[in-house]
Design a protein around this ligand. Structure first.
Ligand SMILES: Nc1ncnc2c1ncn2[C@@H]1O[C@H](COP(=O)(O)OP(=O)(O)OP(=O)(O)O)[C@@H](O)[C@H]1O
Length: 707
């Protein structure tokens, strides 16, 4: 006998409205029919009642115990039967027409036709039964929550008659397709875990917030784009390889993809733009074997708070950032660390560029600016015109020479292997990777100049400057910056060496220099616009003359000091200036050294003292004897031509006025002091010379080849 057959017919047609809640807002009482304490055999309807099954009597008795009159009249809203239900028990159930919550799990029910007689049902739990017929009952008009998990259903049918359905649990059935949900306009929670689904199709534009399709056979995410309200998605234990298809689910906060076949870290990019994604689980996916998997995912998905069920820590976020998109300072620090480490691993020798005096670091001039802004030409020209002071520091590069470039003059052109070998040998003081090539300034390049008693002049990109600033060297940095971007782009194009993209990159990098200059006043000692290279050189040579104090020297020669007091005051001023600079170097070195390093440094200093005792100052040491106005951090002396254009364009530093001599003229003997002058400056008029008997260790002789 079927359940519907044993149902009391009058109850089905009962026209009475659903009873209201008891007055005073009291909760309707729930009835829980507990399993009998001991099983027994009882004949019912010609059948033997199985152990643990509840029959009509038990339910009726229970309700009588609670004082109800008849089943049809009482106001109980919930009935929970957690034990097997006999056919009689089912028919008794049908008489509770006002039942709103029905729980009949583990009741061995094969079909749910009995539910047709409880038209006011709101929640139904018929899990763990033997149901094969999908929603085989007349639709209660307010049915909101249904749990039909752990049954034997295999085909979903049209549920348009259940517009109030909010939660549907169909786990552990045999469904192969998602169907019939199109009209479930209230469905927010759907679970179809542990079925045989092979596709995510069929969800269309439902207002779903929480979907579980765990443990199916899904291979790709399809047709989920329109689930705009989706917040939690469980696709674990499927066969998904790509995360494509999830990229538009703007409200998605939790995704479980454990136990799938995701192999590539780049798949995480599909989730990159999900603004609310906080929790992702990719455990048991091949992608976990990728190097730096966790850091890479953390980097791609920076909003994650939990990855693979582990909290993403702040440290991980910082490491991920430093690894995959390090801030410029971190890149520079790493570069410096690498070269310092390799350098220290080599036998230590006393370098000519080491500690020329206790107060004075080895002098260098660095021209920096975007690619092809003219800094290389200017550096060469400067070294030609100020040959008594500067030598061009030739860098290494792995790029091949352009037409007309000379190996050893423009660059040392090296193979990638050679460059790497030099790095491991501790040969470089800084390196950068610019586009696909490496560039590096070697200690040897600096030493070559220092050995000739000259200051080293190099050109480099901003990244090189950052790294160099971490070294013990304290160069002067001159920024050469194009102010007319159109003209700059045109110049780049005319060279015929760069692709369109490279030109654009170079032009875009101008802003980088400008920003650094604006945000970090004093980062560059001077700023010179380089739209016109002739003008730029005029300014640059004036800057250098200021550094060297050449104008002062000339003035001093032609008009003797007004009084001994004046010259003494000027001398003291320069001396103080010099010491401040020296202290800066010291201050920088001290906190970075360990006790072992300090001891080694002291030994080297002692060696330096012994090695250089009695030698005279090199001409270039005057790079640091300039007047206070041209000091780097104090003055930022840019010439007047620079002022208008840079200020207008970039809000740059304030340039002072005055231009130097014509740069096109060969070095003027009246402006370039001869060696005797310089030697006398070095020994007697050099700032601090009277206070410190120890002279810089660089040999005083400059290159023998006079121009
Ligand atoms: N050791 C170095 N460290 C940092 N930057 C460097 C170094 N050597 C060269 N550079 C810079 O790398 C950039 C690319 O140099 P490259 O010579 O290939 O380009 P370019 O088109 O000839 O430009 P430029 O005329 O400015 O040298 C230039 O801006 C150059 O100044």
């Amino acid at each position: 006998m079927s359940v519907s057959e044993c149902a009391p017919q009058p109850v089905v047609t009962d026209p009475r409205p659903a009873p209201e809640l008891p007055a005073g807002g009291a909760r309707p009482q729930d009835v829980v029919v507990a399993p009998p304490t001991s099983g027994g055999e009882d004949e019912e309807d010609g059948k033997i009642k199985e152990e643990g099954e509840l029959g009509e009597d038990e339910i009726g008795d229970h309700l009588s115990d609670l004082g109800t009159v008849t089943a049809a009249e009482h106001v109980y809203r919930s009935l929970s039967i957690t034990q097997g239900l006999s056919p009689r028990g089912k028919s008794a159930l049908c008489s509770y027409i006002y039942l709103q919550n029905l729980e009949v799990p583990f009741s061995k029910i094969k079909d749910l036709s009995c539910v047709s007689f409880v038209p006011h049902l709101i929640t139904l739990d018929a899990s763990h039964n033997d149901i094969t017929n999908f929603f085989g009952f007349q639709p209660p008009r307010n049915l909101e929550e249904v749990n039909l998990s752990h049954n034997h259903m295999s085909e979903m049918k049209d549920l348009s008659a259940y517009p109030s359905l909010r939660r549907l649990n169909l786990d552990y059935n045999n469904f192969r397709e998602i169907r019939g949900l199109q009209r479930c306009v209230s469905l927010t929670h759907l679970s179809l875990a542990h079925n045989r689904l092979y596709s995510t199709r069929g969800l269309n534009s439902l207002p779903l917030r929480d979907v579980s399709l765990k443990a199916n056979q899904i291979q790709r995410v399809e047709n989920m784009d329109c689930l705009r309200a989706l917040q939690t998605l469980d696709l674990s234990y499927n066969r998904i390889q790509s995360l494509s298809g999830l990229q538009n689910l703007d409200y998605l906060g939790v995704i479980n993809l454990e136990g799938n076949l995701v192999r590539e870290i780049k798949e995480a990019c599909h989730l990159h733009d999900l603004p609310l994604l906080r929790v992702l689980n990719l455990q048991e996916n091949p992608v976990q074997d990728q190097p730096d998997y966790r850091l890479a995912v953390t980097f791609f998905l920076q909003r994650l708070t939990t990855l693979d069920q582990k909290e993403v820590t702040v440290e991980e976020k910082v490491s991920a950032m430093n690894k995959f998109d390090p801030p410029a300072e971190v890149v520079a620090a790493k570069d410096h660390m690498v070269h310092l480490m390799y350098h220290l691993m080599q036998p230590q020798v006393l370098l000519n560029s080491t500690l020329p005096g206790l107060d004075t670091p080895y002098p260098m001039l660095v021209l920096t600016g975007p690619q092809a802004c003219g800094k290389r030409e200017l550096a060469h020209k400067l070294c030609q015109h100020f040959a008594d002071f500067f030598a061009y520091g030739t860098c290494h590069t792995t790029r091949s020479p352009y037409f007309g470039e000379v190996d050893g003059c423009d660059y040392h052109f090296a193979s990638e292997e050679e460059f790497q070998r030099m790095t491991r040998m501790g040969k470089f003081i800084e390196t950068i990777q610019y586009r696909e090539h490496h560039y590096g300034l070697s200690w040897d390049a600096i030493e070559a100049a220092a050995q000739d008693g000259l200051a080293c002049c190099v050109h480099m990109e901003l990244e090189g400057v950052r790294s160099l600033k971490m070294s013990r060297l304290e160069p002067r940095y001159v920024l050469l910056v194009p102010t007319d971007l159109e003209a700059y782009a045109c110049r780049l194009r005319q060279r015929g060496l760069y692709s369109h993209a490279q030109v654009q990159t170079a032009v875009a990098r101008v802003a980088l220099y400008v920003t650094v200059n604006r945000r970090q006043p004093g980062y560059f000692d001077n700023v010179i616009p380089c739209d016109d290279l002739r003008e730029a050189y005029t300014m640059l040579s004036q800057v250098v003359r200021d550094y060297l104090g050449l104008d002062e020297q000339m003035a001093g020669k032609s008009t003797p000091a007004t009084s001994a007091g004046d010259s003494l005051a000027a001398e003291k001023e320069r001396d103080r200036d010099n010491r401040v600079f020296g202290n800066k170097v010291e201050a920088r070195m001290v906190p970075q050294t360990t006790s072992t390093e300090t001891a080694a440094l002291q030994r080297r200093r002692q060696l330096a003292r012994e090695a250089v005792a009695g030698q005279s100052a090199a001409a270039y040491t005057q790079l640091f004897s300039s007047s206070p106005e041209s000091r780097p951090s104090s003055g930022l002396s840019t010439l007047s031509l620079a002022r208008a254009s840079l200020e207008d364009m970039y809000d740059g530093p304030e340039p002072p006025g005055g231009l130097g001599q014509d740069p096109e003229q060969p070095a003027d003997p009246t402006t370039t002091p001869d060696r005797s002058q310089l030697a006398s400056r070095g020994s007697s008029s050099r700032p601090g010379a009277d206070a410190k008997p120890i002279l810089p260790p660089i040999p005083s002789g400059r290159r023998t080849s006079e121009p």
